[in-house]
Design a binder for this molecule. Structure first.
Ligand code: NAG
Length: 381
């Protein structure tokens, strides 16, 4: 074989190998579009996007000077788009959907604005979508139900509006949903059945807590629905979800709470503060074997503090301040045997020893208490 033929064959071999390694052309086009949708003045030299220099190949190692971070590949396909929190200002190019092998998108803590491109909701392999702390606006489209592989969805701290799509139930792989601090409105729809962590706080959701929203949820551990406009009585079945551990329904407009005794429960912490809950503080809370933190602050509760609260060793934090509670608090709170912390102030309690940290905030003035009980309060009650 002549030297020329050998060189030619070598060249052919190199060309073949490098073709196999170079990034899929439509992935390159997508990456270019993603970079050019970001305002270049917000891409300083130390950032991932700055290192995206298309004179070299995105997926081909070594990444010594170019494509240092912000993406990763499997073979010649981009599988992760994970930008640094550099404060990039821009929009997300709809061509992102050409990255059909994407498993992870993380654009958290930047200043992306405009709508989330609808095409993104058709990525068949997407497992993690993190767009938190940006300025995305628009509605969450029903087509989100196409993300059959999605496990984590975090679009918290953006400007999403409209109501939650009814198709959320189709996201059967979803375990973590965080849409807190947006401008979402409407009722809570049916939730994905494998959800573990649900966070929708700081929106304008309204309506009742309905059984049909929570039907069949056997993994649900954390529920954050504080700072919304939810109403009605918090239903007893809700706290009976056996996997439930932490519940925050504070700062809504609930007017009542119903507590049933559980057969089995993992409930640890409940915050129902700053609602309009009337009635007595529910004694049945003491039947929850692991309950350690209970907050009922700033409601319209009346009557006595249930003696059962004093006989519950797991209870280590109790906030009942800002109600109209009367009588003597359970003596166990002050015996030194329990190490309970919290607040019983701003009530109508007869004797709350100022030596106890629980009673630092003073009780309501007598006329206000008397008015709340329509003059039926005896000075010694
Ligand atoms: C306490 O729980 C029991 C058993 O679940 C229930 O029958 C009862 O009505 C509850 N009490 C209150 C005041 O809700």
């Amino acid at each position: 074989m002549s030297t020329a033929v050998v060189s030619f064959l070598t060249l052919l071999l190199v060309a073949t190998v490098s073709t196999a390694l170079t990034t899929f052309p439509s992935d390159i086009a997508a990456l270019k579009a993603i970079k050019s949708s970001v305002n270049p003045t917000t891409i300083p030299s130390f950032t991932c996007l700055y290192s995206w220099d298309f004179t070299s190949d995105p997926c081909s190692p070594p990444h010594v000077t170019h494509f240092l971070c912000g993406l990763s590949c499997s073979g010649n396909r981009v599988t992760q788009l994970t930008l640094d929190p550099a404060g990039y200002v821009g929009t997300l190019s709809p061509l992102v959907s050409q990255l059909t092998q994407l498993i992870t998108i993380d654009l958290s803590d930047n200043k992306f604005s405009g709508p989330i491109p609808n095409s993104l909701f058709f990525l068949p392999n997407l497992q993690t979508l993190m767009l938190g702390s940006n300025s995305f606006s628009g509605v969450i489209p029903p087509s989100i139900s196409n993300l059959k592989s999605l496990q984590t969805l975090d679009i918290s701290r953006n400007s999403l509006s409209g109501s939650l799509p009814k198709t959320l139930t189709s996201l059967t792989a979803l375990t973590r949903l965080d849409l807190s601090f947006n401008k979402l409105t409407g009722p809570i729809p049916g939730l994905p059945k494998n959800i573990v962590q649900l966070a929708l706080k700081g929106n304008s959701l309204y309506g009742y807590l309905l059984k049909q929203s929570f039907l069949g949820l056997a993994q649900l551990e954390t529920v954050e629905l504080s700072e919304n406009s939810l109403t009605g009585t918090i239903p007893g079945w809700f706290f009976l979800i056996p996997s439930l551990q932490q519940v925050n329904l504070a700062k809504n407009s609930f007017t009542g709470v119903e507590i049933f005794k559980p057969i089995e429960s993992n409930l640890i912490a409940v915050d129902l503060g700053f609602n309009r809950i009337t009635g007595y503080p529910p004694a049945n809370f003491s039947a929850y074997p692991f309950l350690s933190s209970l907050t009922l602050s700033y409601n319209k509760l009346r009557g006595r503090i249930p003696w059962e609260y004093g006989k519950k060793p797991t209870l280590s934090r109790l906030f009942l301040d800002g109600n109209y509670l009367i009588g003597l608090p359970p003596k166990e709170f002050f015996s030194g045997k329990t190490s309970i912390s919290g607040n019983l102030g701003d009530n109508c309690l007869k004797s709350c020893p100022v030596s106890s940290g629980l009673c630092l905030k003073s009780q309501k003035p007598w006329p206000i208490c008397q008015q709340a009980y329509r003059g039926k309060l005896k000075p010694k009650s």
